[in-house]
Design a protein around this ligand. Structure first.
Ligand SMILES: *[C@@H]1O[C@H](CO)[C@@H](O)[C@H](O)[C@H]1NC(C)=O
Ligand SMILES: *[C@@H]1O[C@H](CO)[C@@H](O)[C@H](O)[C@H]1NC(C)=O
Ligand SMILES: *[C@@H]1O[C@H](CO)[C@@H](O)[C@H](O)[C@H]1NC(C)=O
Ligand SMILES: *[C@@H]1O[C@H](CO)[C@@H](O)[C@H](O)[C@H]1NC(C)=O
Ligand SMILES: *[C@@H]1O[C@H](CO)[C@@H](O)[C@H](O)[C@H]1NC(C)=O
Ligand SMILES: *[C@@H]1O[C@H](CO)[C@@H](O)[C@H](O)[C@H]1NC(C)=O
Ligand SMILES: *[C@@H]1O[C@H](CO)[C@@H](O)[C@H](O)[C@H]1NC(C)=O
Ligand SMILES: [Cu+2]
Length: 589
């Protein structure tokens, strides 16, 4: 389906060295004849998006080098329990940042420090805010995962998160307090930096999400009841595009509208903030040129439809080369990913000079393969060593399993990684164990120690064949991007026969990937960031039900939390012990 522009291994070196000049012509290609120029000499602009300045460019290895800008961008977030009605269908309880859905967008430049002061003004819930995809190099206590890297913020409490943007591109933030983000506690993060292709206009984030009319804590109960009888979770009620849509029968709400300028190239930052549903998106008459997957710049390819797993992002360039008029932007649940929704997502893209009107455009033919898009060839090439694979690879089996959840004493059906369902104790986050030098982690912390820094680790994530509900899972890792060496649906990984099919040469790299239905995915990441890092399915219901594992990496060199961090725990413990009514009923994540 996809036309791979530059993704030919043999061209890699040439393309890298010729990059800056290549990007100076608005119409692409001709890299072979262009005169190479050093990256550090040019500034970023519409015709030189590969450049950044001060010695940094798209060809910088952002694992080892990033600007130090001396600048801190600061935001204040107040989280409230309120009501909202993004598609006009009637008010529901929402938990929002500064009363907005989606929450305010965080803007920063590559290398900036980002400071967000979060105040929890909820009445009856704690909260913790995770900065999805941010590497948090040597800043593990800022990762915002209650029960692992911090205690939740008690109602009334405030916490400052402070971290550096060592990568650039498009990402998002969300609550990690059970399924709380499903009630609207999400927002976009845009980190300006270089890009692999030129564009004129940055249209900013475009947040796409499933939407439910019932409060998320009630939905979780329904999901759990259904799962006991192997019934699917309830379908979503709608799909919102940048926070709005008409309702399913079109009687309320409004379409989001976007203006295109004829002849210009527009960058759109697609983000999937769903809780359950995988969604495909498309803009009629305008193929997407995909320039990054998650926070990783890639060799561009074009696609009419893009499948976004929960948490995934694609940055795309749209060339406004039609004569004018109105075009449908479509967001539809991917039925082939076992997703279901009562509504479809629609918005309208209108050329400047044309009046906004209902489009009469037709959709491109939709593919139906539930897997990551591709080819995803990272711009900065990284080869994963293959020699240590066989000796170091370890299995993490994913299955539906009956476990005794310690929190509520009920025998409920849960998802599990390595046949243990993760279940954290908000009062005793993993980092507290590290501070206390206590290595008696509860079994349900599902903790895997990675004591050796500076090596590659390899993981086979396998959905076992006994699983009664083989469905794809969007797997997300904190603290690292992972490299995806291979994946296959409906099969058990066999080291002897499948290892040879794995791709170690500049494999796809990102922070969320699909574990295909009933099959396997093999990932690798280097231990280069000490901390306690959660890896989990990003379907909110599944991580609530325990589909997660945590890596405790190089615990002896983790930057330990300070007194302010301990105060958050003291406040939480005082709140929680006095409020037995709000006992947690799920993994807590
Ligand atoms: C939100 O407000 C409703 C209605 O007052 C209340 O029942 C609910 O417990 C509140 N939830 C939180 C998290 O504060
Ligand atoms: C969070 O708040 C909701 C009400 O909005 C309540 O139903 C739920 O029990 C609370 N959960 C926790 C764990 O605080
Ligand atoms: C989506 O909404 C945000 C404001 O919430 C805005 O900054 C952004 O430009 C919008 N995206 C598009 C593509 O219009
Ligand atoms: C968002 O992710 C969910 C869950 O993985 C998926 O069902 C949905 O299709 C994705 N949305 C888009 C726009 O791809
Ligand atoms: C518009 O540009 C796209 C590339 O983004 C190209 O595939 C398409 O053929 C062009 N369409 C027209 C009408 O020129
Ligand atoms: C270590 O943690 C375990 C599990 O929470 C606890 O039972 C034990 O008392 C702790 N040990 C110390 C010395 O704090
Ligand atoms: C999986 O769980 C088993 C039993 O608890 C444990 O022995 C094994 O080390 C775990 N696997 C990994 C990769 O930690
Ligand atoms: Cu899942």
């Amino acid at each position: 389906m996809h036309l791979s522009g530059l993704a030919v291994a043999g061209l890699l070196t040439l393309v890298n060295s010729a990059l800056c000049s290549e990007l100076q012509t608005p119409t692409s290609s001709t890299s072979a004849t262009a005169t190479p120029k050093t990256d550090s000499n040019c500034a970023n602009g519409p015709l030189t998006r590969g450049c950044w300045g001060n010695g940094f460019s798209i060809s910088t290895d952002f694992d080892t080098k990033w600007p130090t800008t001396g600048r801190t961008v600061s935001y204040n977030f107040e989280i409230t329990n309120t009501t909202c009605s993004p598609d006009g269908s009637g008010a529901k309880i929402c938990m929002l940042v500064n009363g907005q859905y989606p929450g305010p967008t965080i803007y920063a430049n590559w290398g900036d420090m980002i400071s967000v002061t979060v105040k929890n003004s909820l009445h009856d819930n704690g909260t913790s805010i995770h900065w999805h995809g941010i590497r948090q190099l040597n800043s593990n206590p800022q990762d915002g995962v209650n029960g692992i890297t911090e205690c939740p913020l008690a109602p009334g409490d405030t916490k400052q998160y402070l971290f550096q943007a060592t990568q650039y591109g498009t990402t998002w933030y969300h609550s990690h307090y059970s399924s709380q983000y499903g009630d609207g506690l999400v927002g976009a993060i845009v980190i300006n930096g270089p890009a692999v292709a030129n564009y004129d206009i940055d249209m900013g984030p475009y947040v796409i999400s499933d939407w439910y009319y019932q409060p998320v804590f009630r939905l979780e109960e329904i999901v759990n009841t259904n799962l006991q009888s192997a019934s699917p979770p309830p379908p979503g009620d709608n799909i919102l595009i940048n926070g709005t849509n008409k309702n399913a029968d079109g009687s309320t709400g409004q379409y989001n509208t976007v203006q295109l300028t004829k002849g210009k190239k527009h960058r759109l930052r697609l983000i999937n903030t769903s809780v359950d549903n995988q969604i495909r998106v498309s803009l009629d008459g305008h193929p997407f040129t995909v320039i990054s997957s998650d926070l990783v710049p890639i060799h561009s390819f074009t696609a009419n439809w893009l499948l976004l797993g929960v948490g995934q992002r694609y940055d795309v360039i749209i060339t406004a080369n039609q004569t004018g008029g109105n075009f449908w932007f479509r967001a539809e649940v991917a039925g082939d990913c076992f997703s279901a929704n009562n509504g479809v997502g629609r918005s309208i893209f209108t050329y400047a000079g044309s009046a906004v009107a209902t489009p009469n455009t037709n959709a491109a033919a939709q593919p139906a393969v539930c897997q990551d898009e591709g080819p995803l060839v990272p711009w900065w090439p990284t080869n994963v060593p293959s020699d240590a694979f066989n000796s170091q690879v370890r299995d993490l089996e994913v299955d539906i399993n009956v476990e005794q959840l310690t929190t509520n004493g009920q025998n409920i059906v849960v998802w599990a990684v390595n046949l243990t369902a993760i279940d954290v104790d908000w009062r005793d986050p993993t980092l507290q164990y590290v501070v206390q030098g206590n290595s008696s982690y509860p079994h349900v912390y599902n903790l895997v120690e990675l004591p050796t820094e500076g090596i590659w680790t390899y993981w086979v994530i396998q959905e076992t064949s006994g699983t009664p509900v083989p469905i794809p899972h969007p797997i997300h890792l904190h603290g690292h991007d992972f490299f995806i060496l291979g994946a296959k649906s409906g099969a058990i990984f066999n080291k002897d026969t499948d290892a040879a099919s794995l791709n170690f040469a500049n494999p796809p790299r990102r922070d969320v990937t699909f574990l295909p239905a009933g099959g396997w995915v093999v990932i690798a990441f280097p231990t280069d960031n000490p901390g306690a890092w959660l890896m989990h399915c990003h379907i909110a219901w599944h991580i609530s039900e325990g589909l997660g594992v945590q890596f405790l990496e190089s615990k002896s060199t983790i930057k330990l939390p300070d007194a302010t961090w301990q105060k958050t725990c003291a406040n939480w413990n005082a709140y929680y012990s006095g409020n037995p009514a709000y006992l947690k009923t799920d993994s807590g994540l």
